[in-house]
Design a protein around this ligand. Structure first.
Ligand SMILES: [Zn+2]
Length: 240
């Protein structure tokens, strides 16, 4: 049945002379790949130019095959404020790359879709750094990698001033439980509180947080280590 949906362009490549094959992260279906036949023939059905940062309205035919037929693509938002801002555009590309690499095809997750939409919009006013750590904490939490920021992963003791972060275990460990681990990191109490707050509050509330620079750097460091260890993704050049 013909379906209408919203989709962020993840990547695209040309197919034969006139067509495009593109993958999108959609609201209702998650990640899909589609062919837009005659994209370069100026068909009126394809008014979107499918730029790298674009939200599009799509019409397609869900099928059993891997590549669906996309018959219509209209631009909803092109985030033009990012075109002249390299650091914010780099963060936006981290959002899209992370979703492209970690979300399986057709694994729909409307909350992740909304998070991506909210985070891209937030880049208009928020610093690139804040938009990035808020996105990462919430994305990991919503997509099944949820780091534990509230209590010791092993004995469930609430966090205190001696609590550490275990990269390989993916969360907090108390001093006693972490004694055997090789990869625990010291972490400030205000950093733990900030991570927990962002993880457990709505996006708009999470954005209101105002951590110290030290705290922001510590969060960035832990999130970078977490992504490297659990998802094999290195964002270090862009998260300094
Ligand atoms: Zn413990």
């Amino acid at each position: 049945m013909v379906t209408k949906d919203l989709g962020f362009l993840l990547k695209r490549y040309n197919f034969r002379e006139t067509s495009v094959i593109a993958s999108f992260y959609t609201q209702k279906f998650g990640k899909i790949t589609g062919i837009l036949k005659g994209f370069y023939t100026q068909k009126k059905e394809f008014s979107s130019t499918l730029d790298s940062l674009s939200l599009n309205e799509l019409v397609f035919y869900p099928k059993k095959s891997d590549i669906w037929l996309v018959s219509f693509a209209d631009l909803v938002c092109d985030y033009d404020f990012l075109r002249s801002d390299i650091s914010r555009a780099a963060v936006a590309s981290i959002f899209l790359n992370l979703i492209d690499k970690t979300m399986q095809p057709l694994d729909k997750n409307p909350e992740v879709f909304k998070l991506l939409k909210d985070c891209l919009s937030s880049l208009k006013g928020e610093s690139a750094r804040k938009a990035l750590y808020v996105f990462l904490i919430k994305f990991l939490t919503l997509s099944g990698f949820k780091p534990e920021f509230g209590k010791c992963l092993i004995c469930h003791k609430p966090a205190d001033e001696e609590t550490q972060f275990s990269v390989s275990r993916g969360g907090l460990v108390c001093k006693k439980c972490g004694a055997q681990d090789q990869d625990t990191r010291k972490i400030g109490a205000d950093t733990i509180a900030s991570l927990f707050y962002i993880q457990n509050n709505d996006f708009s509330l999470a954005l209101r947080i105002n951590p110290t620079v030290t705290c922001e750097k510590e969060m960035a460091y832990l999130l970078r280590e977490f992504l490297c260890c659990h998802l094999d993704i290195d964002i270090s050049p862009k998260l300094s």
